[in-house]
Design a protein around this ligand. Structure first.
Ligand code: GDP
Length: 171
């Protein structure tokens, strides 16, 4: 049995829920505190991807507060196999920034599998800064899958990683 390890980066503006996603997924808990740093470069977790019927080890890399993308180091991107592009339903600027983040990832990593994560879906309303339609349009424009998540109650989190890792194995 071959053990496959995939480096997964999670990029997007600050406060969209990247650290929460990673800690929730890896440790199964959700911290309400803003975490500037997770102490290490990445968190590791075993993951069984149902759609690909494959077991993988994921190395999840948080930006740890370095969200100004011009300051992100090359080492952060180096060797990435897959990428989560995260934005928040209640933060228009984070939505507008997705294309920039995607461009940066492509610059550093080439055309690796990526997925759009529309987080804080629990806060969706008629007046929220980003609608479901906005998300759908962006997904269509960028030709990427989109998964809606509420990291707070873990909604969508497994689906997000299952779809993303599945895309990797489709290549
Ligand atoms: P990061 O800067 O992108 O790593 O974002 P964090 O993970 O630190 O989260 C920023 C804030 O959003 C924290 O206060 C989290 O508790 C909160 N948050 C994260 N995900 C959700 C979610 O799905 N719903 C709600 N309501 N709050 C969330």
């Amino acid at each position: 049995e071959i053990d496959i390890t995939l480096k997964c980066i999670v990029v997007g503006n600050g406060e969209v829920g990247k650290t929460s996603l990673i800690t929730r997924f890896v440790k199964g808990d959700f911290t309400d505190e803003y975490k500037k740093t997770i102490g290490t470069d990445f968190l590791e977790t075993e993951f069984f991807c149902e759609s690909a019927d494959e077991n993988v080890t994921l190395h999840l890399w948080d930006t740890a507060g370095q969200e100004v993308f011009s300051t992100m180091t090359r080492g952060y991107y180096r060797g990435s196999a897959i990428c989560v592009l995260a934005f928040s339903t209640v933060d228009r600027a984070s939505f507008e920034a997705v294309k920039k983040w995607m461009g940066r990832v492509e610059e550093e990593c080439g055309p690796i599998p990526m997925i759009l994560m529309q987080n804080k879906i629990d806060l969706l309303s008629d007046s929220s800064e980003v609608s479901l339609k906005d998300g759908d349009r962006l997904a269509e424009e960028l030709d990427l899958p989109i998964v809606r998540t509420c990291v707070k109650d873990e909604r969508g989190v497994r689906e997000l990683f299952d779809t993303l890792v599945g895309t990797y194995f489709e290549l």
